[in-house]
Design a protein around this ligand. Structure first.
Ligand code: ADP
Ligand code: MG
Length: 283
């Protein structure tokens, strides 16, 4: 059918105007929920304090993360790393402090689902893939707007969705395993699949808790490469206990201790800081 014929069909015109309005609306919504990174940073925490029965898990934590940055957060057990992620994602409300996603979005006024919809994705330590579904299906489900397994898998994925799934499989290094049940993957591969599932939701900021835990040295190296390749397009905060892993990422490092920042800078400088040496040796 030629364009002129389409143009002369009044039904077609009406539909396309409605579609255009929908697209404009979607763009406007995306625009208003996008973080304002005009100052260069995407995440700002200041004076964050969280108390559990009088014990301060976070005690005046302040932190900036630049847009597109890959930041590593290290620190001994109990330093408050996971609690920090709980605050950013709205799971835990601080007693004091501020938390901003870009210049305008006050995270402390938003619920957990609202924060997730803004594009803050979180990966927990334990992988939560659907073991009986294939790797590709897990990605498809993660990218689906409605979380209905049957509707998603029975409706044929569009060409655009297929492309995104293929692209994500390539990024996470699982193209050759696309049609395997996720339950049969190795521990490391499951972790990568879960990162892929987060990517399907197009996050601006990714929070990843101990990605190298339980991995072989080779898997940890591949994970460091994966995270490094994602930086720039995404902002990433990685919490990790494994110093060798953090060294292999070699970006700006923040050391947390007793709920606040003890040191921050390049890994080479931070690991020679006597205060950092002391808290790690004191473990
Ligand atoms: P990290 O992830 O750096 O190991 P966490 O943020 O998990 O540290 O914990 C910081 C401190 O807060 C720890 O001493 C921990 O026991 C305590 N804590 C964390 N969550 C809770 C909670 N829900 N109730 C009581 N204490 C908690
Ligand atoms: Mg933790």
């Amino acid at each position: 059918m030629h364009n002129e014929e389409l143009g002369s069909d009044p039904d077609f015109r009406r539909q396309s105007a409605a579609e255009e309005a929908l697209v404009a609306e979607a763009f406007a919504a995306a625009e208003s929920s996008a973080p304002d990174v005009s100052q260069g940073w995407i995440l700002y925490l200041d004076g964050i304090t969280v108390s559990f029965d009088g014990f301060k898990a976070l005690d005046g934590l302040s932190l900036y993360v630049d847009d597109g940055e890959l930041r590593c957060i290290i620190g001994p057990n109990g330093a408050g790393k996971t609690t920090m992620m709980d605050v950013i994602t709205g799971k835990t409300r601080p007693d004091a402090g501020v938390a901003y996603f870009g210049r305008r979005i006050d995270l402390l006024k938003l619920s957990e689902p609202e924060i997730a919809r803004l594009g803050i994705g979180r990966k927990f330590q334990k992988p939560t893939v659907f073991g009986e579904h294939t790797v590709a299906e897990n990605l498809e489900l993660a990218g689906a707007p409605h979380k209905d397994v049957w509707r998603t898998l029975f409706a044929r994925a569009s060409a655009e969705e297929r492309d995104r799934i293929d692209e994500t499989l390539r990024i996470i290094g699982l193209s050759a395993h696309a049609h395997r049940p996720a339950g049969t993957l190795s521990h490391g591969q499951k972790q990568w699949l879960e990162i892929g599932m987060l990517l399907m939701q197009r996050p601006r900021l990714l929070l990843i808790d101990e990605p190298a835990a339980g991995m072989t040295r080779q898997e940890a190296e591949a994970t460091a490469e994966l995270l490094t390749s994602l930086a720039g397009r995404h902002s990433i905060v990685v919490v990790e206990h494994d110093m060798e892993f953090v060294r292999s990422i070699a970006r700006k490092v923040t050391v947390l201790h007793e709920g606040r920042v003890l040191a921050e800078g390049r890994m080479e400088d931070v690991q020679n800081d006597p205060r950092v040496v002391e808290v790690y040796l004191g473990e």
